[in-house]
Design a protein around this ligand. Structure first.
Ligand SMILES: *[C@@H]1O[C@H](CO)[C@@H](O)[C@H](O)[C@H]1NC(C)=O
Ligand SMILES: *[C@@H]1O[C@H](CO)[C@@H](O)[C@H](O)[C@H]1NC(C)=O
Ligand SMILES: [Zn+2]
Length: 453
């Protein structure tokens, strides 16, 4: 309508597009049942909403999600903890409102795409001949958000009455740190009122047939190291120039990085179990009209690193290493952290979710996935950040799980895709999980033994 096209013309135009679109759909989904094809087309619809950072279309996403909730007769609300950034909360009430509830969490935003590096437009949700759905967010993590909705839709239709309340949360801004999303939600009165017992959030694809589950994540430390020293002619050799001292640090940092990476290469550690150190930027030198002055040794040099530490890491020894070897004051070097996410609580307990018999949600999750025909890797530490950290910090159990097996890891990559069969199978995983979680009665074992007395 903004194009001032007369109504009749626009009507015919959209009819044409509709006809063309449905014929394309039909050819791709010919192998699917009609209900599966509808499920896929709902997923495509969500993927086609451009929620790319830095200017995500959050209202279009929240309108869509609220309409999905309505079509399943679920209660929903779009809460603006921060203006312009709706947080969608959908509720399937349990029959016992006193029991802790289940939170099925996802984020609606996606990372930007370099469109010219993609085979198909990242917001077209194009399905190729192999049934691969190409879209930004197909793996991270619109798939999971829609799978929750589809699983609940089916369970509801099957007549299941959950004992515990099930909440579906669709949060903004995960890809830029979650300050206006998960962080605001986790500290809100709304959150407290939900009485959440366990959280499911995103995981990662697995290239083999076993799903991956994450019980913790690495924390980011953004380190900036600065060196200062005597400037001088580019031809002179002298000690303690800023650049020389920085090079000593880089040698030491590179050796440490290699020692960590070697453990992954040797198969001794998983990616999430080592400390990663990667250079993010380096600045030094005196600018000239054509670049930099080449016969001048600079008096300052600064380097930034993205460091990720697992909750199991010896942080004191890392900080000593930084102070003694990477940025020693004796070499005129200083350091500071631009970000330093906490790794453990005030008592030193790491923010990890238990994966043993002390945590009933873990056993239930494992069993539910296996019952639905899914296989699992050993649970691991997510190598990067997710919104789960905001819930684990509150002491809540949170698992990272995205049911994508036999799928290349393409989150944040060009040509991100998810196969439609993998997507559909994921829905059956969540049906099984939600059913198990929703009907779980605490202390069942205790009660049985009391009964024996
Ligand atoms: C999606 O949104 C981003 C960020 O606002 C924008 O740069 C991009 O061009 C949009 N893509 C499409 C296909 O509209
Ligand atoms: C530290 O920097 C100052 C000022 O540039 C310089 O005079 C001094 O020699 C440097 N000392 C060391 C140990 O690098
Ligand atoms: Zn994500």
């Amino acid at each position: 309508m903004e194009f001032h096209v007369p109504n009749t013309v626009s009507f015919h135009l959209s009819l044409l597009i509709l006809v063309a679109w449905s014929s394309v759909q039909a050819s791709h989904s010919s192998s699917l049942s009609s209900s599966a094809a509808e499920t896929i087309s709902r997923f495509q619809h969500y993927l086609q909403i451009n929620t790319s950072q830095p200017t995500p279309n959050y209202y279009q996403a929240s309108d869509f999600l609220v309409s999905q909730a309505k079509s399943s007769s679920l209660q929903s609300q779009a809460i603006e903890f921060v203006r312009g950034k709706p947080f969608v909360l959908i509720k399937w009430p349990g029959t016992n409102p006193h029991l802790p509830s289940i939170l099925l969490y996802s984020h609606t935003d996606v990372v930007p795409s370099e469109i010219d590096k993609w085979k198909y437009d990242p917001f077209s949700a194009h399905i190729d001949d192999n049934g691969n759905i190409y879209a930004r967010g197909s793996q991270d993590m619109k798939c999971v958000g829609m799978q929750y909705l589809e699983a609940v839709r089916r369970l509801k239709a099957s007549g299941l009455q959950p004992l515990r309340s099930i909440y579906l949360a669709f949060s903004p801004d995960e890809e830029i740190g979650g300050q206006d999303g998960a962080a605001k939600f986790a500290e809100s009165e709304v959150f407290k009122s939900l009485n959440i017992g366990v959280v499911l959030d995103e995981g990662m694809a697995s290239a083999d047939e076993n799903y991956r589950i994450f019980y913790a994540e690495r924390s980011a430390r953004w380190l900036v190291i600065k060196a200062i020293g005597q400037p001088g002619h580019g031809s002179r050799l002298y000690d303690n120039s800023a650049a020389e001292n920085m090079m000593k640090s880089l040698e030491s940092i590179r050796r440490f990085r290699a020692s960590q990476f070697d453990m992954i290469k040797a198969g001794l550690m998983a990616e999430g179990e080592v400390i990663s150190v990667n250079m993010a930027y380096s600045t030094a030198g005196t600018p000239s009209p054509t670049g930099f002055v080449m016969n001048l040794q600079p008096s300052e040099a600064e380097v930034g690193f993205d460091i990720r530490v697992p909750p199991t890491a010896d942080l004191e020894s890392l900080e000593r290493r930084i102070a003694d070897e990477w940025a020693p004051a004796s070499r005129n070097m200083t350091f500071r952290f631009l970000a330093k996410a906490p790794v453990h609580d005030e008592f030193g307990n790491p923010f990890t979710t238990k994966t043993d018999s002390s945590n009933p949600w873990w056993g239930l999750l494992q069993d539910a996935i296996q019952r639905a025909g899914g296989k699992l890797h050993e649970p691991g530490i997510f190598p990067a950040s997710t919104d789960s950290r905001y819930f684990r910090r509150l002491g809540l159990p949170a698992f990272g799980f995205s049911p994508m097996a036999n799928t290349p890891i393409l989150l944040h990559d060009h040509n991100e895709f998810l196969n439609q069969e993998v997507y559909l199978k994921g829905i059956t995983m969540y049906e099984s999980i939600i059913k198990a979680y929703a009907s779980y009665v605490e202390n069942e074992g205790n009660r049985a033994s009391t009964g024996d007395l």
